[in-house]
Design a protein around this ligand. Structure first.
Ligand code: PCA
Length: 328
């Protein structure tokens, strides 16, 4: 091959290089989420995309695909890892099979306020970032869902009342919790909750009040117990390769926009938490505290779950929980 042929080949290769080459048309990332565009997470994501575009002088266009339309929730992270997708949002607890440490988010009753959740994220973040980086992914930001409460079609006075109920679950950890309660787990993605209730497929679930509101559960479910069981976080990430298609200043601009999105998202979550419980009340649902007996039972169950989790995860669990419990 002579020099001209060789140069031609190199130019050709550059043309077929997949994805995000930065040219005059700019850089385009596809970002998929399994949640609705209208949730507070979705609106925050849209603002992040707008700010990232502005901060890069229009070079970066983030194309949002909500509702699990491009990839189903469970497939978003693997698709990104395998290079079929530039960026994504998922719920961190859906990653526990690959990244056990992500399950710290749904250890019941370890975190019972936004302040605790923040402290937990501070200790969890470096581990999560390291594990994402080892798979070619960069963490942009994480935002919690409001605290997880118990929805039930029937009143629940003691945990035995949940025995045999069909409990909606959304990942491996919620399945284990349902099992510990003696309920039958029924996997239903968030976007299908209203349909599952209407079809009578589920009669209890543990999720946030905001998810209850968005699925208008009041036509079927009358009881909501504020057990504040855990604060699962959604995490937004991008392939390092996609990030590298921006120059250094643009990358920093995107990271600054991510930082702002994280701060804004936590505020939005706190607001959504309050507003949605009010809305459940306005719609005629009974928003109650649990009985002291049930409280004791579920705290015990939380301890069992924590023990299992710490045994499974091993040393890394300590890396989060030792500083979490020692540095207030
Ligand atoms: N809503 C999502 C995840 C946690 C939450 O509050 C769901 O129910 O699937």
């Amino acid at each position: 091959m002579n020099r001209r042929q060789c140069a031609g080949l190199v130019a050709g290769l550059a043309l077929v290089r997949p994805g995000f080459a930065q040219d005059r048309a700019g850089v385009r990332w596809k970002l998929a989420t399994g949640y609705r565009a209208e949730t507070f997470h979705g609106r925050n994501l849209a603002q992040f995309a707008a700010e990232a575009a502005q901060a890069t002088q229009g070079v970066l266009a983030i194309e949002l695909h909500a509702n699990g339309a491009l990839f189903k929730l469970a497939d978003i992270w693997p698709a990104c890892e395998q290079g079929q997708l530039d960026a994504g949002e998922t719920i961190m607890t859906s990653l526990v099979k690959t990244l056990p440490i992500a399950g710290a988010d749904s250890v019941p009753f370890a975190v019972s306020s936004y302040e605790d959740a923040r402290r937990m994220w501070r200790h969890q973040r470096p581990l999560i970032e390291r594990q994402f980086a080892a798979r070619g992914l960069e963490v942009l930001y994480a935002v919690p869902w409001p605290p997880q409460g118990l929805f039930s079609t029937r009143p629940v006075a003691v945990s035995a009342d949940l025995k045999g109920s069909r409990m909606r679950t959304y990942n491996q950890t919620t399945v284990r919790i349902a099992q510990l309660l003696g309920a039958a787990p029924v996997d239903v993605p968030m976007v299908d909750v209203a349909r599952a209730l209407a079809a009578g497929r589920i009669d209890t679930m543990i999720t946030s009040a905001v998810t209850g509101v968005e699925n208008q559960v009041w036509s079927h479910v009358k009881h909501y117990y504020e057990i504040n069981a855990w604060f699962p976080k959604n995490i937004v990430f991008v392939r390092q390769a996609a990030m590298r298609s921006l120059d250094a200043a643009q990358q920093q601009a995107v990271r600054r926009a991510a930082l702002a999105a994280e701060a804004r998202g936590w505020q939005a979550s706190m607001t959504a938490a309050l507003e949605s419980v009010d809305e459940l009340r306005r719609r005629g649902m009974k928003v109650e505290r649990v009985s002291p007996e049930f409280d004791k039972e579920i705290k015990r169950l939380g301890e069992r779950f924590s023990l299992e989790w710490i045994r499974d995860v091993g040393r890394e669990a300590n890396e989060i929980f030792v500083p979490y419990y020692t540095q207030q």
